[in-house]
Write a protein that binds this ligand. Structure first.
Ligand SMILES: NC(=O)c1ccc[n+]([C@@H]2O[C@H](COP(=O)([O-])OP(=O)(O)OC[C@H]3O[C@@H](n4cnc5c(N)ncnc54)[C@H](OP(=O)(O)O)[C@@H]3O)[C@@H](O)[C@H]2O)c1
Length: 353
């Protein structure tokens, strides 16, 4: 396995992750979240000042300065992949329950804006921003926007995920899409936005506990996923190895899952546990990060499973699914649990990690 990793690293065409990964390696360990946070704060403070300065110069009006200050006092919640399905329902519920601005983000502007119109007709007031989580540039642009306008964020829900419907998508293509959207999308969003999360902030990463269990892996694979010691870079190496192996159809060797979706959802649980471990001792108070399985839901995202794992299950509505997700995102300030857990329908469940 080790040599496979080495070879993969050499051949690596890791594109988006490469720079983040390099940065991590240079800084020797992603566990050092504290210093990452400090450094990022410094960087973002400079960017804040810069953009504040630019905006001041342009608008040259103290009233604008006042509204900017008002925005920076406001709480902010962000949901990825929110133009349809569970993400849209999460935004709907946040708009009703959360006292702050709620961002409905979507990779396609038209679809996102249509979703906004739909919620506006229901009397709600979400705000749209384009965000393709598979594109680091898109994440960075959104980060800049959030820094400039708010200076921080209170709730981040990483909901975006690929779904394959009934289409017969080759395994390698599935692996690549799951890697880009579910795995890297969630990882990059966490890494880039974690430094901006305010005290008592909440991050929720959507997973699928029915397929994302560690015990569903073979022994070798289980041993590789030791979240008490591994870093995010180690996790990325595992995923990188898997997508490359899927090109030759050898991805399931060593006890890894046949299904790329299962692989990514398992790694999202591992990622959440690693991030939560790394956050211990963070100077900001009471930041909680959890994985959440919404349960089988009647959306496009469950179509590929309807003849398989969820064949005999009565599917819930997207609004029912969203209430469990919003519950995890709304854990009261000061409450310390759940943290680093998998939550499903408001209860902590085991994914055998
Ligand atoms: N449905 C279930 O039964 C179930 C069960 C367990 C877990 N989950 C998880 O819950 C989450 C939501 O599921 P769902 O059923 O609502 O899925 P869905 O109906 O397939 O919706 C997925 C959303 O993700 C968006 N998306 C895809 N690629 C993206 C990208 N690169 N950047 C930003 N957004 C992107 C989609 O946007 P487009 O419209 O542009 O494609 C869509 O808005 C997923 O993570 C899923 O794995 C679902």
């Amino acid at each position: 396995m080790k040599s496979l990793y080495k070879r993969d690293r050499k051949e690596s065409d890791t594109r988006d992750m490469k720079s983040l990964y390099k940065r991590d390696r240079k800084e020797s360990d992603t566990r050092d979240m504290k210093s990452l946070y400090k450094r990022d704060r410094k960087e973002s403070d400079t960017r804040d000042m810069k953009s504040l300065y630019k905006r001041d110069r342009k608008e040259s009006d103290t009233r604008d300065m006042k509204s900017l200050t008002d925005d920076r006092m406001r709480k902010v919640a962000v949901v990825t992949g929110a133009n349809r399905g569970i993400g849209l329902a999460i935004v709907r519920q946040l708009c009703k329950q959360f006292s702050g601005d709620v961002y409905l983000t979507s990779r396609m502007s038209d679809n996102g804006k249509k979703a906004i119109e739909r919620l506006k007709q229901e009397g709600l007031n979400p705000i749209f921003h384009e965000l393709d989580v598979s594109q680091p540039d898109s994440i960075r642009m959104f980060e800049e926007f959030i820094i400039e306008r708010y200076g921080g964020i209170d709730i981040l829900i990483n909901n975006a995920g690929v779904s394959f419907g009934k289409d017969k998508v080759p395994v390698f293509r599935q692996a690549q899409l799951c890697y880009e959207v579910d795995f890297m999308g969630t990882l990059n969003m966490c890494k880039i936005f974690l430094p901006l999360i305010r005290p008592h902030g909440r991050i929720v990463n959507l997973t699928n506990s029915y397929i994302g269990k560690k015990s569903a892996l073979g022994e070798h694979a289980q041993n590789k996923l030791d979240v008490s010691t591994m870093s995010l870079s180690d996790l990325w190496l595992v995923m990188d190895f898997y997508i490359k192996a899927s090109k030759t159809g050898t991805h399931a060797n060593g006890g890894w899952p046949e299904s790329p979706k299962q692989m990514t959802k398992t790694l999202i649980v591992a990622m959440t546990k690693i991030l939560s471990r790394d956050l211990k001792g963070d100077p900001r108070k009471n930041i909680l990060i959890n994985a959440c399985c919404p349960g089988w839901t009647d959306t496009d995202g469950s179509v590929e499973f309807r003849d398989g794992v969820c064949k005999d299950t009565v599917l819930q509505s997207a609004d029912q699914a969203a209430s469990g997700v919003v519950w995890v995102a709304s854990i009261r300030p000061g409450q310390s649990s759940p943290n680093g857990e998998v939550v499903q329908k408001k209860e902590i469940i085991s994914c055998d990690f």
